[in-house]
Design a binder for this molecule. Structure first.
Ligand code: AKB
Length: 316
């Protein structure tokens, strides 16, 4: 890659890990991380950007001669329901700012993350196809359907090379997610390693599509590096990792930590989850740009427990 990458939302669950991966691949000096505030873990070039501020994004794009943008800032499904209008405003305004700035500045490539939250009650629950009818039940999901259509519009109308993936629930030890319905699948490992009981906000048998962070980062980079003619879907690609329920993870954890205790206290997030797919058909991603996940539940559990053990030992 020639040029410079701007990451908007670099301190989020995905952004923190993706920033490091992009820095390692393209060089520290070629990746500009940005978010609402600087954090201790930020290394390399960092700029404060509130993505609702068009002029601020434009300023940074000009300052660094940016050629690619990863727009990761968004309010997720559960948090989004607390203030739906604000969520709509932030999620859609920031995307339109990025698309318009990208068009006017001849940005070469843009990445836009979508989510399994685009699916609603009308979609098939098993092996949900890429081109399902989309009637999401959350404002986050509605904003992602809207976003997918906007990115396709900018591609068709202006030739802007925007690429997108519908992420399942992301599991990683590096960062804590915030405000999602799938977040339990990260929190559960923290509690298990800390030897604390875990109270799950979903029912024990609520199965959802999930994916390990290493697979997410690889998928994102593979999609962004694929030749343009291979990208046949310009709304967003389904990708699958694996599917499991809270009971499945608890069982896998107890193979390593036999004293692990879980209780179930479903709340409003169960209502969100029950409208989402149980598993995803990602055949288009497989055929078009060769997508294949690597991690199953056993591998994820071993990796999470070992990494979090190290983390909490160091933290003591
Ligand atoms: C959420 O739970 O809101 C996110 C997602 C599936 O997009 N993790």
């Amino acid at each position: 890659m020639n040029g410079k990458i701007l990451i908007i939302g670099a301190n989020g669950q995905l952004g923190s890990v993706l920033t490091t991966a992009l820095q390692n691949r393209y060089g520290l000096e070629n990746v500009i991380a940005s978010d609402l505030r600087k954090q201790e873990h930020n290394h390399g070039i960092f700029e404060i950007i509130d993505a609702t501020d068009y002029d601020r994004i434009q300023h940074v794009v000009t300052q660094y001669n940016i050629t690619q943008i990863y727009h990761l800032a968004a309010i997720l499904s559960a948090k989004g329901e607390v203030n739906p209008l604000q969520t709509w405003d932030i999620n859609t305004k920031t995307l339109l700012n990025v698309l318009e700035i990208s068009r006017l500045n001849h940005i070469e490539k843009v990445f836009y993350p979508s989510s399994i939250a685009v699916f609603g009650a009308a979609a098939l629950k098993h092996n949900t196809p890429n081109d399902s009818y989309l009637n999401p039940s959350t404002v986050y999901g509605i904003s992602k359907v809207d976003g997918e259509n906007w990115v396709q519009y900018y591609f068709l109308k202006y030739g802007l090379d925007v690429r997108s993936i519908r992420y399942p629930g992301v599991i990683g030890y590096q960062t804590l997610p915030g405000g999602g319905t799938t977040d339990y699948a990260v929190d559960i490992y923290h509690k298990a390693v800390l030897k604390e009981p875990f109270v799950c906000f979903l029912k024990e048998d609520t199965t959802l599509p999930m994916i390990y962070m290493d697979d997410v980062i690889r998928a994102t980079m593979e999609l962004m590096e694929a030749p343009s003619e291979k990208i046949k879907i310009r709304t967003s690609y389904n990708i699958a990792g694996l599917s499991f329920s809270p009971k499945d993870v608890a069982l896998e954890i107890s193979k390593i930590l036999p004293n692990f205790i879980i209780a179930y206290k479903p709340d409003f997030r169960e209502d969100i989850a029950k409208n989402w797919p149980k598993s995803i058909d990602d055949s288009h991603a497989q055929i078009d740009w060769g997508w294949q996940p690597n991690y199953n539940l056993e591998a994820i559990t071993k990796s999470m427990i070992s990494a979090l053990n190290d983390y909490y030992k160091k933290a003591v």
